[in-house]
Every structure is written in structure tokens, then in C-alpha cells.
Design a protein around this ligand. Structure first.
Ligand code: AMP
Length: 207
């Protein structure tokens, strides 16, 4: 089963991905984590992306697609993947479909964590104080949110048209969000995890 966790920065994708990993053994593939690791290792890739990330901009499609393909090949035995923070552009979503299909897989479900911008700004202020991530500063965060709205949100109709989109209320408690996510995944398991029609859409939560 391959899941895309979808939502703006700070919507709780990483937190939910970790819970799914713990409960179902799916492998979390977070391009943000991979890029941060490259940055802190001081590798060529890290040096190349550091400024872009700190500003809050998106790194190139080529870079993140290559990172994902490398992981798909490294973890051939994984029971499935949770894509966290990827895809973020239509080109990335198309590349993901292609990469998965060439390996005999597909995206089975896209779960959107619905949150509103004001809450995100509060959350990120706290995270900035606690973790000090450079790209959580107010200016970078504004750019990240803008990039989400302009480049990533257009993926919603892309996945909706494929009948893969489910929405959950991302403003609820971590436990409640995870229960809603689990419900989507359980129904998907029962149905065989295939490409179901838009029956899934808005099954849970708000839009
Ligand atoms: P995240 O932790 O997912 O919010 O990612 C942190 C930063 O890494 C983003 O603001 C981008 O600069 C970069 N990044 C992560 N994933 C992607 C992606 N799929 N496409 C482009 N840039 C990305």
C-alpha cells in the first residue's frame, strides 16, 4: 500500500507518517528529511540546496525525484511507502506515478490533512522557538505557504480526478487525526488497496 500524505507545511504530515509507520510498517519517505540530512552532512547536494531550503523555496523536481527513486530501489522489500512532503508539484506527481508503475506499484491513496493558515502560523511560531529550523522563520514560512498554495495545491484536482483523494480534519488532536487516517487506510485494505472511484473523497473531515 502506497500513501501520499498531503497538506501544507506544519499540517502534521510527519507526525502522522511516523504513527502509520509504527502501526503498519510502511516506510516513511520524507524528502524534507532527506534534504535536511544532506544539508547537515555537508555533501555537494546539501550545499546546493541549503540556501533554497532556508529561503523556503522548493528545490528542483529533478533532485527530489532522484532522491525518491533511490529510496524505492533501496527498499524493494518494503510493504509500502508513505510519501511525506512529496510530490509537491504536478511534475513530481507525474514522475511518481511513472516511477511506481515501472516497479509494478501505484499510489493507492492520498490523504489530505485539512488545516487553516492561521493555525499553521501559530504552530510554526512554536516550532521555530522549540527547534530553531531556519525555514520556520516567519519570512521563509510565508514563502513556503505561498509555494504550497501555488504549486502543490493544484495536485488536489489531479488526485481527485484519479479517485484517490480523502480528506481528514487536520485541526483535531494528533490521536483523532490518526484515527481518521487509520479509518481511511483500513477501508482501503478491505477494498484491496486498488484505485477506487471517488467514493473516498470527503469521507472524513472538512474541506
Ligand atoms: P518539509 O520538511 O517537507 O517542509 O521540507 C523542507 C524543505 O525541503 C522545503 O521547504 C523545500 O525547500 C524542500 N523540499 C522538501 N520536499 C520537497 C519537494 N518534494 N519538492 C521540492 N522541495 C522540497
Amino acid at each position: 500500500m502506497n500513501i501520499v500524505l498531503f497538506g501544507p507545511p506544519a499540517a502534521g504530515k510527519g507526525t502522522q507518517a511516523k504513527i502509520i509507520t509504527k502501526e503498519r510498517g510502511l516506510l516513511q519517505l520524507s524528502t524534507g528529511d532527506m534534504l535536511r540530512a544532506a544539508k547537515s552532512s555537508g555533501s555537494e547536494l546539501g550545499k546546493k540546496v541549503a540556501g533554497i531550503m532556508d529561503r523556503g523555496d522548493l528545490v528542483s523536481d529533478e533532485i527530489v525525484i532522484a532522491l525518491i527513486e533511490e529510496q524505492l530501489d533501496t527498499h524493494k522489500d518494503a510493504p509500502g511507502f508513505i510519501f511525506d512532503g512529496f510530490p509537491r508539484t504536478v511534475a513530481q506527481a507525474e514522475a511518481l506515478d511513472k516511477s511506481l508503475s515501472s516497479r509494478g506499484m501505484a499510489v493507492d491513496a492520498v490523504i489530505r490533512l485539512c488545516v487553516d493558515d492561521a493555525v499553521l502560523v501559530d504552530r510554526i511560531e512554536n516550532r521555530f522557538k522549540e527547534e530553531g529550523r531556519k525555514d520556520d522563520n516567519p519570512e521563509s514560512f510565508k514563502i513556503r505557504l505561498g509555494n504550497y498554495n501555488e504549486q502543490t495545491a493544484p495536485l488536489l484536482p489531479f488526485y481527485e480526478a484519479q479517485g484517490k483523494l480523502s480528506e481528514v480534519d487536520g485541526l483535531a488532536s494528533i490521536e483523532a487525526v490518526s484515527a481518521s487516517v487509520a479509518k481511511v487506510l483500513n477501508e482501503l485494505s478491505v477494498s484491496g488497496g486498488g484505485n477506487k472511484p471517488s467514493f473516498w473523497k470527503r469521507l472524513f473531515g472538512r474541506s
